[in-house]
Design a protein around this ligand. Structure first.
Ligand code: NDP
Length: 434
């Protein structure tokens, strides 16, 4: 649509997707005849709303809230809520679009959605965050439910925000644990949901490495970000024997030649809500590069795990990574590599693992949280961890085998897109394209 032409992130996600499914459509003309792509790229429903809230000075503020209910062919809409000043309709639509295929790849019955607001939790008091969340949920609750749409966290939405959102939902609609995932364990959250996206991304790479009898042991890893996904990607990579050399936030990055002290990052970010710059106060051999991107850093690196945000790696930075010796780039974040960066990585023979496959562990465990909520039972950490590892193995092998089947061995984006799309498109067609 002409009116969508300025939605750059959304168009980028669609531009990455469409060419990769051409080869599948050629072999399955029934989908072309039914005009499935035109229907697929139109979201089922977009909700946009006003979120008024009062700051600590008693002044009224207003933000914009969104929920994009993109595709429900294989299950209730499922996808996180993002609170960040960069949130707009384009970002919401790109995230919801990616979510459709990611959720399909998990093998679990969940459709694609995403939501959030341009509210910035940074620098806000607990009271301000609470009042914002209460106002946001007062509207959102009209549109969600445990069998229709189940939001979770994303950038700027962690345990604190989920708690306030859930409390408001409960007050307005009565108790229903299954309406949100990523809840604290005390009220029916799942074991390992906090760790799931980061651990899952590392499990994905673990299975890729296994194909060549290789492992994380002794590998040098770059991670970006220092939020939920980054922290647990670092923790698991370290546990499997890698040295994680970097992490970052939007103000700069840390290089620690001794390996990042993940416990300290947890303390700084999860408990104290500090900036990553504080890291060097106690770790004198580490260096803080203020205002710089970790992706401009020239230092030997075997595996890169971008875990911060979209478009954090451009083609020049992908080239630096190649020169650093990178062999695998696995996206913990959603669309952290630009399309040009992906071309550079592919041309250099780097294993590029797209976010919709590599970071699907978070939503997979969210779906397991929904199952536990439905049966009013909680599973052990070991049980969930075993299921997460199996799911990530299955996603990896599906992407690998689908790429091979369609004549482009090693192209995990093509594999992920076709495998995710096949299931959704078949469901849409059999339901009468509704
Ligand atoms: P968090 O809010 O916990 O952490 C985000 C991290 O990324 C912070 O370190 C933040 O730094 C940094 N960051 C955010 N925006 C920017 C920016 N514009 N420039 C530089 N750094 C930035 O979010 P999550 O860890 O939950 O999410 C990170 C990524 O992973 C997102 O792309 C998200 O969509 C994706 N993802 C998350 C899942 C989950 O389960 N949480 C599931 C699947 C994907 P600062 O504090 O300075 O803003």
């Amino acid at each position: 649509h002409e009116q969508d032409q300025n939605q750059t992130e959304y168009l980028q996600a669609v531009d990455e997707f469409l060419p990769t499914v051409e080869v599948f459509l050629k072999e399955n003309p029934q989908f072309i005849e039914s005009n499935i792509l035109d229907i697929l790229i139109e979201p089922e429903r977009i909700i946009q709303f006003r979120v008024p809230w009062q700051d600590d000075q008693g002044k009224w503020q207003v933000n914009r809230g969104y929920r994009v209910q993109y595709n429900s062919a294989i299950g209730p809409y499922k996808g996180g809520l993002r609170f960040h000043p960069s949130v707009n309709l384009s970002v919401m639509k790109f995230l919801a679009f990616e979510q459709i295929f990611k959720n399909s790849l998990t093998g679990l019955p969940i459709g694609g959605g995403k939501g959030g607001s341009d509210f910035d939790p940074k620098g806000k008091s607990d009271g301000e965050v609470m009042r914002f969340c209460q106002s946001f949920m007062t509207e959102l609750q009209k549109h969600i439910g445990p069998s229709t749409d189940v939001p979770a966290g994303d950038i700027g939405v962690g345990a604190r925000e989920i708690g306030y959102l859930y409390g408001t939902y409960k007050r307005l609609r009565n108790y229903d644990a299954g309406v949100l995932t990523g809840k604290p364990l005390g009220y029916w959250g799942s074991q390992e949901r906090t760790e799931a996206t980061g651990y899952g991304a590392v499990y994905f790479v673990k299975h890729l490495l296994k194909d060549s009898n290789n492992s994380f042991a002794g590998k040098k890893v770059f991670v970006s970000g220092s939020g939920n996904v980054s922290i647990y990607a670092m923790e698991k990579a370290k546990e499997l024997g890698a040295t994680v050399l970097t992490c970052s936030d939007s103000s700069g990055f840390i290089f620690d030649p001794n390996g990042i002290d993940v416990e300290l990052v947890k303390e700084l970010k999860e408990k104290k809500r500090e900036r990553i710059a504080k890291y060097v106060e106690t770790h004198k051999e580490a260096v803080y590069y203020e205002g710089q991107s970790v992706w401009n850093f020239k230092e030997k690196c075997d595996i890169a795990l971008p875990c911060a945000t979209q478009n954090e790696i451009n083609d020049e930075q992908a080239d630096i990574l190649v020169k650093n010796g990178v062999k695998i780039v696995a996206e913990g974040a959603n669309m952290p590599c630009t399309l040009a960066a992906v071309h550079v990585l592919h041309a250099a023979g780097v294993h590029y693992c797209p976010g919709k496959a590599a970071n699907a562990g978070g939503v997979a465990v969210s779906a397991l949280e929904m199952s536990q909520n439905s049966e009013r039972l909680s599973w052990s950490f070991e049980k969930v961890d075993g299921m997460l590892d199996d799911i990530m193995k299955n996603i990896y092998t599906t992407c690998r085998d689908t790429a091979k089947k369609y004549g482009d061995e090693g192209n995990l984006v093509l594999g992920a897109n076709i495998a995710g799309f096949e299931k959704v498109s078949q469901a849409m067609l059999s339901q009468g394209l509704v």
